[in-house]
Design a protein around this ligand. Structure first.
Ligand SMILES: [Zn+2]
Ligand SMILES: [Zn+2]
Length: 280
């Protein structure tokens, strides 16, 4: 299989397809929801998606934007929506202006500058909320939430008629529950975890770990705005996630070696929860 085809991974109903390799390419798509986190160079598996959430402007995460826009036009698809840190909108627009000048063609696309805690609907009862991350440039992570309405506890024992009565009287019978399903960090230092509680409760957390062992020190990871595996391990106890999916591992660790290091370093009780994303 070619690298550009990406790889699939799933947890329950949550299905993903993509690839992630530090400095080279990162794009994690949820094809059934027509969305992707980052776009890498704009690989075929993402060309039919509607919503793209950009963590930051580094080329390994964002270079595919113009290509995706052009492919959408070529195949007569509706213009795509790209969500990104606000400071990125103007430079990306300028890049598109130059490319439209080169191609002598006007493209249609939607660039949305977003901020932490904004609500972005992506389907029925589903929305994305950005959170702050810490990198060398403006950056955001994103969480996919599911909204559900649940009858308030105090009304659970009432009959159907009693509930209808209360409803007619205008009583609020239900609580809105918002469950964080998937969080995606993009590139970041570990301290983003201290600022955003819901990320730690996400069912699935895509977490960057650029370096895994002593060949690159924690200080070096931090200098470049990244996370080292040695910083994640002491925090595993604070993460309630069912799965922690490690992405953005440096190419200095081929997959068999990265897996070996994870197996050796991750404490036994977390072993079934921490996985390396298979697409690289
Ligand atoms: Zn990166
Ligand atoms: Zn980066």
């Amino acid at each position: 299989m070619s690298v550009e085809a990406g790889a699939s991974w799933s947890h329950g109903d949550l299905k993903f397809h993509g690839m992630s390799l530090s400095g080279i390419r990162t794009c994690i798509a949820m094809p059934e929801l027509s969305l992707a986190f980052d776009v890498a160079q704009g690989f075929p598996f993402s060309l039919n998606l509607k919503h793209f959430f950009l963590s930051h402007g580094h080329l390994d995460h964002s270079a595919g934007i113009p290509y995706i826009i052009s492919q959408k036009a070529m195949t007569s698809q509706a213009p795509a929506h790209f969500y990104m840190p606000k400071s990125l909108v103007d430079p990306m627009q300028r890049i598109m202006n130059i490319w439209m000048e080169i191609e002598k063609h006007t493209y249609e696309f939607h660039f949305h500058g977003v901020e932490e805690n904004e609500i972005i609907p992506v389907g029925q009862n589903l929305f994305i909320k950005p959170f702050k991350t810490i990198h060398r440039v403006d950056s955001l992570g994103y969480t996919l939430f599911q909204k559900k309405r649940k009858l308030k506890k105090e009304f659970c024992n009432l009959s159907q008629n009693e509930i209808v009565d209360l409803k007619n009287k205008g009583v609020t019978l239900q609580d809105d529950l918002e469950t964080p399903l998937v969080s995606f960090t993009g590139d970041t230092q570990i301290e983003f975890l201290d600022q955003c509680d819901w990320v730690k409760k996400s069912k699935v957390l895509f977490l960057e770990a650029t370096y895994l062992d002593e060949r690159k020190l924690v200080s070096s990871a931090r200098e470049w705005g990244h996370t080292h595996l040695d910083e994640i391990i002491p925090r595993l106890d604070t993460l309630e996630c069912e799965k922690i999916v490690i992405i953005h591992v440096s190419s200095r660790y081929p997959t068999p070696e990265a897996t070996k290091i994870l197996t050796a370093k991750i404490p036994e009780r977390f072993k079934d929860r921490v996985v390396l994303f298979p697409g690289r």
